[in-house]
Design a protein around this ligand. Structure first.
Ligand SMILES: O=C(O)CCC(=O)C(=O)O
Length: 299
């Protein structure tokens, strides 16, 4: 090996803790609520200026798409790879208050798995009930392999598509999840849905929940769209949904904070998951970097 995995490269990200603190924010009640109910809500995550900046930053990318299937929502517009579409979106994904909470549930070096805006337009039907880390084919009940965030840019109400949530369902086994999924797809009630409620939260609030929590976007029967965003984070040994190595140019990653670079996978999960031909992935961010195999071939 010509390159060490313990990068001394100045662009190397760091997974070291503790996090940069955020004055006045106490993660403990959120961590407790997440353990008990499977979700928590952080109000005031974005202030008025942040909400305006979110809308302005998203504006160039919206208006052209609709979902391609009922899960994406055929009357819903999603803008993917949100983290790389502006500094604000990066800061939202790597916000220290949020990461301090996620640190309690995921191993150091966890990854961003999905990052997109979700605009549910009037007339959209309810999404089927599901859990976000269901594509990891590990039987339930089990700890979450990912954690999800959904943030309100517009208010979330029972009428405009506010996320339907079943508190406590993060602990359920496969059969219960399957029963409510089938009932929701058939449009019928099930006793396990008794505690289900519509997440109502003001603009600027986020909900954080386990990837194992049963939920789904509600129907939008209001006259206005519901703009939101979701960022999902997975264990550092799991495959992210979005392939950020291909979607986010390295020049863009180089401008990001160490925390954001780690979320995008420019870090090693010890002892060597994520290496690049036996070298540290952060080295790929150096200007003029060529892949080791190209150098080794004299190319
Ligand atoms: O938009 C929402 O309220 C939830 C969306 C969701 O759960 C998903 O797309 O996986």
């Amino acid at each position: 090996m010509d390159d060490t995995l313990n990068s001394s490269d100045p662009v190397a990200p760091s997974v070291s803790r503790p996090r940069r603190s955020h004055s006045g924010f106490d993660p403990a009640p959120h961590i407790e609520r997440l353990r008990r109910d499977g979700y928590t809500i952080v109000e005031g995550f974005l202030d008025e200026a942040g909400l305006d900046a979110f809308r302005a930053g998203l504006a160039p990318f919206v208006g052209a798409h609709r979902g391609r299937n009922p899960f994406e929502g055929q009357t819903t517009e999603r803008v993917y790879t949100l983290i790389a579409r502006g500094k604000l979106f990066e800061q939202i994904a790597a916000d220290p208050r949020l990461l301090t909470i996620l640190d309690a549930f995921l191993l150091p070096g966890y990854l961003l798995s999905a990052s997109h805006s979700i605009c549910i337009h009037p007339g959209e039907v309810a999404q089927s009930l599901h859990f976000d880390d269901g594509f990891y084919r590990v039987p339930r009940p089990r700890p979450a392999i990912s954690m999800s965030v959904i943030g309100a840019i517009d208010p979330f109400t029972a009428d405009n598509g506010g996320t339907l949530i079943i508190p406590g369902s993060h602990t359920w086994g496969q059969d219960d999840v399957e029963a409510v999924r089938m009932a929701s797809e058939a449009g019928v009630d099930h006793p396990l849905m008794a505690d289900m409620f519509s997440l109502e939260m003001p603009p600027g609030a986020i909900a954080i929940f386990h990837g194992t929590l049963v939920h789904g976007a509600g129907a939008n029967v209001s006259g206005a769209p519901r703009l939101s965003f979701t960022n999902q984070y997975c264990e550092p040994w799991a495959r992210p949904q979005e392939n950020f190595f291909l979607s986010v140019p390295r020049e863009r990653v180089r401008e990001m904070s160490p925390e954001a670079r780690t979320l995008l996978g420019y870090e090693i999960f010890p002892p060597f998951m994520g290496h690049v031909t036996a070298s540290h992935p952060a080295k790929a961010l150096a200007p003029g970097w060529t892949p080791p195999m190209v150098r080794q071939a004299g190319g």
